[in-house]
Design a protein around this ligand. Structure first.
Ligand SMILES: NC(=O)c1ccc[n+]([C@@H]2O[C@H](COP(=O)([O-])OP(=O)(O)OC[C@H]3O[C@@H](n4cnc5c(N)ncnc54)[C@H](O)[C@@H]3O)[C@@H](O)[C@H]2O)c1
Length: 255
């Protein structure tokens, strides 16, 4: 059976639990013919345990995306395993507790800086760490939560996602000449670990119960994973700096 990622080699960050968008991305990518390599934070053992639930075995490499040593050694480790890459998935987000849940006006800059470093600047770090492996071009795909709006409880993750969205456009601008595309999937709310760390996440997610034209299931990350796989495939060959909404349609509803 042929798949839309046949013959492609894809690096996927962010597999932590079965509820991770990255886990479903890896699953669909393998089903569509890709060879997948995973990166892990905070511990490879956690990711290795979840990776056993994938249809095919996948090698796991430790990567804290804020650690320059980890970033410097990444290309060598991936080259030993796969030779080169056709795609990279950034499925990483984090903000300290005092940057979330209604503390926007009092969050110290240190916490804002951490959110920006892990959630936005890291897209550039990951892209540049993997660039030497994509000399024939390729596709970089990240995950955002619509940063056009001020959401309840989301607080400094909002500006961090706005920075991620802008970073993706600047990467698309600067890497286009190397045949590299950079796009984001803007997903609706999903009950992952990252979501559980946001106090009052249900209040935010409740918007989808009232406004989503398509029925939205917060326990099903597969539609987001499928969107990522589509952007990794050859079916968006001239699309870059774009944000594809996989949110049931909420982004375009006026009321
Ligand atoms: N869950 C949602 O409602 C939702 C909606 C839209 C977008 N997103 C985005 O999707 C992406 C994946 O989140 P998820 O919902 O699958 O949750 P998740 O908790 O399963 O994934 C978040 C990942 O970030 C990783 N991470 C955190 N700090 C890191 C670091 N320093 N270095 C490397 N990795 C690090 C974690 O290990 C984890 O795998 C995030 O960018 C998130 O903001 C999530």
């Amino acid at each position: 059976m042929s798949g839309i990622l046949d013959g492609k080699r894809i690096l996927i960050t962010g597999v932590l639990m079965e509820s991770s968008i990255a886990f479903h991305t890896a699953k669909v990518a393998q089903e569509q013919g890709a060879q997948v390599i995973l990166t892990a934070f905070p511990r490879p053992t956690l990711t290795e345990r979840i990776a056993r639930k994938l249809p095919e075995p996948a090698k796991v490499i430790e990567l804290d995306v804020t650690n320059d040593e980890h970033l410097d050694r990444l290309a060598g480790l991936v080259r030993d395993e796969l030779g080169s890459l056709d795609g990279v998935v950034h499925s990483i987000g984090f903000a300290p507790q005092d940057a979330l849940g209604g503390n926007f006006l009092n969050t110290p800059f240190e916490s804002v800086a951490t959110a920006m470093h892990v959630s936005a600047f890291s897209l550039k770090s990951l892209a540049m760490a993997c660039k030497p492996l994509m000399s024939d071009g390729g596709s970089i795909v990240g995950l955002t939560f619509d940063a056009q709006y001020a959401w309840p409880q989301y607080d400094w993750m909002g500006p961090a996602k706005a920075a991620l969205e802008a970073t993706s456009r600047y990467l698309a601008r600067d890497l286009g000449k190397d045949g590299l595309r950079c796009n984001l999937v803007s997903a609706g709310p999903l009950r992952s670990m990252a979501a559980k760390s946001i106090p009052g996440f249900s209040e935010l997610a409740d918007v989808w119960n009232h406004r989503s034209p398509l029925a939205w299931d917060m326990n099903d990350p597969e539609p987001a994973g499928r969107g990522v796989v589509a952007l990794l495939s050859d079916f968006f060959p001239k699309t870059t700096g774009e944000i594809i909404h996989v949110d049931g349609g909420v982004h375009m509803m006026g009321a």
